[in-house]
Design a protein around this ligand. Structure first.
Ligand SMILES: *Cc1c(COP(=O)(O)O)cnc(C)c1O
Length: 225
């Protein structure tokens, strides 16, 4: 078995155990394979081992790989920072965007989504640890932002993405995710069904607090150079 296949099996098995430990339904948490900086050959290895969802951060790099891999049934997620001059190509070439952090970006993605494609799935990136330097919507602005964004026809608001600041213990890791999950649940919008929450270091905490997508790069593909 090659290295990526082995890593993929281990990560999926970690996700399944965390689901079961958290009394979550089996397969309710999906792995997003973060392939930024990694060659198409690595993506093919993971694909052949069953992985279908891949996440990219840099548009030009992603477009090159999408061209090389156009014969594979890959579901592409954009998870990096978004400049407004990049929205058109993102709207045309991805199924999901996790990193929408302002209304203007959502409006542009909606306007620029081709009619021939289904609405673009969107998660709002929330600055859950209230770090001044970090991208993301403030928790206090979330409800009003959702109201504006859910009207846009070219996109389908699916939920939230968060990258909390690293925390030491399991309990500390859980807190920001719990707060964000409760905030969304309180809105009583069942169509907001996506919580793009955890990474390698906090997978268990994210899953017990409702993650539906775990984003993992290094543990699957190895360190980036
Ligand atoms: C790079 C990245 C990841 C994956 O990080 P690793 O440490 O390589 O697992 C997850 N989410 C986002 C938003 C990223 O940019």
């Amino acid at each position: 078995m090659n290295r990526i296949t082995e890593n993929l099996r281990r990560i999926n098995s970690d996700i399944r155990s965390a689901e079961s430990h958290s009394k979550r339904e089996a397969n309710s948490v999906q792995l997003l394979a973060v392939s930024k900086t990694k060659p198409s050959s690595d993506i093919i290895e993971a694909y052949q081992a069953g992985q279908r969802h891949f996440g990219e951060n840099y548009l030009q790099e992603a477009l090159t790989k999408q061209k090389e891999l156009s014969h594979y049934q890959i579901i592409w997620h954009f998870i990096g920072p978004i400049q407004s001059n990049k929205t058109k190509q993102i709207a045309e070439n991805f199924s999901w965007v996790h990193s929408v952090d302002r209304l203007k970006i959502a409006q542009r993605l909606s306007n620029q989504r081709p009619d021939s494609l289904p609405p673009l799935n969107i998660c709002l990136q929330v600055n859950i640890s209230q770090e001044e330097s970090k991208a993301g919507i403030k928790l206090t602005e979330l409800a009003s932002m959702i109201k504006q964004i859910e009207q846009l026809p070219g996109i389908k608001l699916r939920g939230v993405m968060a990258i909390p600041e690293p925390a030491q213990g399991y309990e500390q890791q859980r807190q920001p995710y719990r707060l964000l999950h409760q905030t969304i649940k309180a809105l009583k919008k069942p169509e907001l069904d996506t919580f793009s929450f955890g990474m390698t270091r906090d997978l268990k905490a994210a899953i017990i607090e409702g993650a539906t997508i775990i984003r993992i790069g290094t543990a699957l593909f190895g360190t980036r150079t």
